[in-house]
Ligand binder design. Structure first.
Ligand code: IMP
Length: 196
């Protein structure tokens, strides 16, 4: 896990792109993301070398991480997606979690890797894990690209974190604010004037 410093300011030239309108600064660069994802992929390759795990991506935020993680892995994997309710246009967790799309695959007896974009309060992941465990997979490993440094977060299972970040609202690399910014190739901090 890499710990990201609040004061980091990188690649400001990219902030002039149209897709970067409203961004205060880049928190995690493409190079840092690539490096950490390669490391996670190598660990998963080793852990599952004799298996074919099912990677479950949590829509929609995890799509970029999931895509880059699975293509960085060299073992065969299968993938599936689940959609659960997010915050909508708000930047705080409501604590209300709903299934919007269930898995296509049965997971009983299988080795499952849950791929999450970000763990904030931990509520979403806690709910998801309870539901998945009830289906009796052989085992579950949770990989989260980002985890907020938040003392009051729920103590939920996360086996591998890519980056621990300050408790700020972040966007890019799959993460959105009101449906926007998902196609940024880096993780950035939104200018507060955009959502205040
Ligand atoms: P939690 O239930 O509070 O852990 O939040 C998990 C979900 O909320 C994530 O999967 C994201 O979809 C969303 N989320 C939490 N924090 C952020 C953020 O900083 N930016 C964008 N989405 C976020």
């Amino acid at each position: 896990m890499t710990v990201i410093d609040e004061t980091a300011i990188r690649e400001d030239r990219l902030l002039t792109e149209p897709r970067a309108r409203g961004i205060a600064r880049i928190l995690i660069s493409e190079q840092e993301l690539d490096g950490e994802i390669a490391a996670i992929a190598a660990e998963l390759d080793a852990e599952y070398r004799d298996d074919q795990p099912l990677m479950i991506g949590v829509l929609t935020g995890a799509v970029v991480f999931m895509s880059n993680l699975m293509t960085a892995m060299t073992i065969p994997v299968q993938i599936d997606f689940m959609a659960i309710s997010s915050y909508g246009a708000a930047t705080r967790s409501s604590g209300v979690v709903r299934i919007l799309k269930d898995l296509n695959e049965e997971i009983e007896g299988r080795r499952v890797i849950v791929v999450e974009d970000i763990v904030d309060s931990g509520l979403t992941l806690q709910y998801l894990l309870e539901m998945l465990k009830a289906r009796q997979p052989k085992d579950i490993r949770v990989v989260a690209l980002l985890k907020k440094d938040k003392p009051d977060a729920i103590d939920v299972q996360v086996d591998r974190v890519g980056f621990q970040i300050p408790d700020e609202f972040v966007i890019g690399y799959g993460l959105d604010y009101a449906g926007q910014y998902r196609n940024l190739p880096y993780v950035a901090v939104l200018d507060p004037s955009v959502y205040r």
